[in-house]
Design a protein around this ligand. Sequence first.
Ligand code: BMA
Length: 316
Amino acid sequence: MNPFCFRKNPTNPVIEPSDFPCSIMYAFNPGAIKVGDEYLMVMDVATLAQPVVFWLARSRDGVDWKVDPEPLDWPAADHTHSEDCVYDPRVTPDPDNPGAYLLMYASSSEKTGCRLGIVRTWDFREFERIGIVSEQGNRNGVIFPEKINGKYVRLDRPFGDPNDACGIWISYSPDLIHWGCSKEVMGPRAGLWDNLKVGAGCVPIKTEKGWLNIYHGVTNTGAGLIYRLGVCLLDLEDPSIVIARGEDAVLWPEHLYELTGRVPNVVFTCNAIVEPDNSVKIYYGAADTCIGLAESSLDELLDACVRKNALVLRPL
Ligand code: BMA
């Protein structure tokens, strides 16, 4: 069994700030999907003047990307909230509207803090606001691609003080606007690579064995945080139940473009693309500065969900 289940593309980073038609500072944390034969990604972009906005890029082969001339035409916030900055878009096919997509994202404002927002789009040009759907102090929201027991389901990561430990929670909704029945799904693990914070990464992938999630885990080294990715499997009918959670990280910062940048030592993903041959692509933010591509397969990721690490010290 190969412990390195992701292979990073040798041409990484596949998108970097110099690929943009105008000067920007950083491009990272994309939500990426495949529509027909075309790959699309909506990414976080820090412009020279503003905090983070969303920007679209397209590709025919998943490696060479063409970045749009301008940021997305993002709908203005209504009177109910303010939004200075948007980031970390997760793109889910809309379970009720074939051909449409829901973007769940972090909506941040100096006045009201960070909350989760949802918009719907049919063409990635126009975006219809569904609403701001969490309390203050929440991000890393991910909507499942199917309703479960008639309800929309999401994972998210509520937080208090940004340096406190936090875990992945689940909530349910009849209409995408009102969410409830929230409970914790999994938290950090003492002694392992994800011992401080864990948050949902990609939109969950339905497999015969359960909902596969590639999640991020954070550890504090004393000299700063490290963001890595791991895998877990949630029950198909009741995704608040964790069936399996691999002990090993499956992707971690190791190359210069992942180790240095706006925020060093970060790999972070928002979506995974399953190809017809069951290979899996993730596009990931590297050091909150540029974007890498890593490839694996469903089989390798499912194996990684049940893998123990023989070197972990266990109580006698
Ligand atoms: C998380 C999010 C991500 C970011 C990561 C590392 O909390 O804010 O957007 O990539 O921190 O800075």
